[in-house]
Write a protein that binds this ligand. Structure first.
Ligand SMILES: C[S@@+](CC[C@H](N)C(=O)[O-])C[C@H]1O[C@@H](n2cnc3c(N)ncnc32)[C@H](O)[C@@H]1O
Length: 266
């Protein structure tokens, strides 16, 4: 016969099961070949949106919105005026609006039109500035959490030209070597517009690695080589290490370009 632990209490039996089915705990995340449809726990999303200073005046864009969790926290907790997610995967495009509809039944203070889940490729939005009624020009806060290219920054720069203080938020797995982060709370970074180029390779590496002092040579500052090794180590654990040589090349081009132009504005 199975022995019950001395601490066992029959009256708590129901609590052994995962609740699921509540508004907050409504999904089981699938880590299959497409990658997770929700990337961060809510406490990290709050950190990220706090770093981006998300507020009621913002129009927030999530590029690749999966099951819409980031758009959800931006709207339900940070009160952004509009939350827009772009997603191209058909299955995810079905799930995210179901979640949205459940939330809207509960949170009747949120206008349905302020939560827009757009089916489509955000690369189209970046190239053309518009997608299904949404314009990149209107976004005041963007979260980007996929592979980066300088073209993404050029598209945002074109859309945001003449404005000040808009924010691009990203994280350690998806870095932009062309520009300096304005601030970081690891693993997240925010760059305020107009974007600035790094003055030196070292300046950018210190900011994205969060390391200044050498751990190899006591009492000295870490040099470029040590910080690239640091990034490569971390990418081996949590991201794609083949990004590192690409970052190196892009960083060097950006620093050189800044020197040629005599301006750090990207
Ligand atoms: C890792 S999930 C992140 C979901 C969400 N941003 C989050 O942080 O929870 C990335 C999503 O981006 C979508 N995606 C990738 N490339 C895309 C593109 N070019 N256009 C639209 N969606 C894209 C993928 O299908 C995937 O669901």
């Amino acid at each position: 016969m199975q022995q019950k632990s001395v601490d066992y209490d029959d009256s708590l039996e129901g609590d052994w099961y995962l609740r699921k089915g509540s508004l907050i705990d409504d999904v089981e995340v699938d880590f299959g070949p497409k990658g997770p449809p929700i990337c961060f726990p809510n406490y990290e999303l709050r950190t990220m949106l706090k770093l981006g200073k998300a507020n009621h005046e913002d129009i927030f864009f999530d590029m690749g919105s999966g099951w819409g969790q980031t758009t959800l926290i931006a709207l339900t907790e940070f009160g952004v005026s509009k939350s827009v997610g772009f997603e191209k995967d058909e299955d995810r495009l079905q799930k995210a609006p179901q979640r949205r509809d459940n939330w809207l039944k509960q949170r009747q203070d949120i206008k349905p039109e302020s939560w827009h889940l757009v089916g489509g490729d955000f690369e189209y939005l970046l190239r053309n500035g518009k997608l299904k009624g949404e314009s990149l020009k209107n976004a005041t806060l963007i979260f980007y959490g996929l592979s980066t290219t300088p073209d993404i920054l050029r598209a945002i720069r074109k859309a945001w030209e003449g404005t000040q203080g808009r924010r691009l938020v990203y994280y350690h797995n998806c870095l932009f070597p062309e520009i300096m982060p304005t601030k970081s709370i690891f693993p997240f970074f925010v760059s305020r517009f107009p974007f600035t180029r790094p003055k030196t390779e070292l300046e950018w590496l210190q900011k994205v690695s969060g390391k200044m002092k050498s751990s190899v040579k006591k009492g000295q500052f870490a040099k470029e080589e040590e910080l690239w090794d640091e990034l490569s180590h971390d990418y081996d654990l949590k991201a794609d290490p083949t990004d590192i040589p690409y970052y190196k090349q892009r960083l060097r081009i950006s620093v050189k370009r800044g020197a040629e132009l005599g301006s750090l504005t990207f």
